[in-house]
Design a protein around this ligand. Structure first.
Ligand SMILES: C[S@@+](CC[C@H](N)C(=O)[O-])C[C@H]1O[C@@H](n2cnc3c(N)ncnc32)[C@H](O)[C@@H]1O
Length: 214
């Protein structure tokens, strides 16, 4: 649900899942089967056809957008509670992902970081799950200052900023773990596939195997 151009989806694919993405906007670069629809409406009808659901509700209610007067309480929708209610009622195993600023809206999330996967992005993201997930430790000491900043400042950065024009797109794609199918806007909203490959391998051990695969 809320698949964007498929950063999360590619990780689940790598972990062995067949993936269907749902997003309200067209996603011409999405690499798997795709349905353009309101994810909550789609899930209300079809959720029981899936063995596992990942949801990345839009985070604009919690991030920079909020500072411009569009946050929770300013009219931007927080879709996390509605998403959880729907998935819990359907009793489908789920993961809900969001930014750190949404922590108070998530239940016991783990936090993943690029340093856990030797990526050159920090990109902390939270993952609530209906299943137990391992919590690795950040290791920010792996990074040395070596990347140009996106501003005029002289100091080199330890990690690559994502979603900025002044850094070559290829450098940003590489830092995210080789996301070479996305444009800058899509990349700025994506999570590294390494995060969901890590989660997906754990999920695959927790959920029942479909009868046809036994
Ligand atoms: C943060 S992006 C997801 C990025 C994705 N997790 C990735 O790794 O590439 C959130 C997406 O939610 C979509 N969206 C917003 N409201 C939606 C809705 N009601 N139904 C479906 N998709 C929606 C947006 O179009 C956007 O692509």
């Amino acid at each position: 649900m809320f698949c964007g151009a498929g950063g999360a989806s590619v990780g689940y694919w790598a972990a062995g899942f067949e993936v269907l993405g749902v997003d309200i906007a067209p996603q011409p670069n999405y690499p798997y089967d795709f349905v353009q629809a309101d994810a909550l409406e789609f899930a209300a009808e079809y959720v029981n056809e899936f063995s596992f659901v990942h949801a990345s509700p839009p985070c604009q209610a919690f991030t920079a957008y909020r500072r411009k007067g569009h946050g929770v309480g300013d009219g931007a929708l927080n879709l996390i509670p509605h998403t959880r209610d729907l998935l819990t009622a359907a009793e489908v195993p789920y993961v809900i992902e969001n930014v750190e600023q949404a922590r108070e809206h998530l239940i016991d999330p783990i936090r993943l970081c690029g340093s856990m996967f030797a990526l050159d992005v920090q990109r902390h993201r939270l993952f609530e799950s209906s299943m137990p997930l391992a919590q690795p430790q950040c290791d920010h000491a792996i990074w040395e200052p070596r990347f140009p900043p996106a501003t005029n400042r002289a100091n080199l950065r330890k990690t690559v900023e994502v979603g900025v024009w002044r850094i070559p797109l290829e450098v940003q794609q590489q830092a995210m773990g080789g996301i070479d199918w996305m444009n800058l806007k899509e990349l700025s909203q994506a999570i590294p596939p390494a995060y969901t490959a890590f989660i997906g391998r754990q999920v695959a051990r927790s959920i029942p195997t479909p009868a046809a695969d036994r």
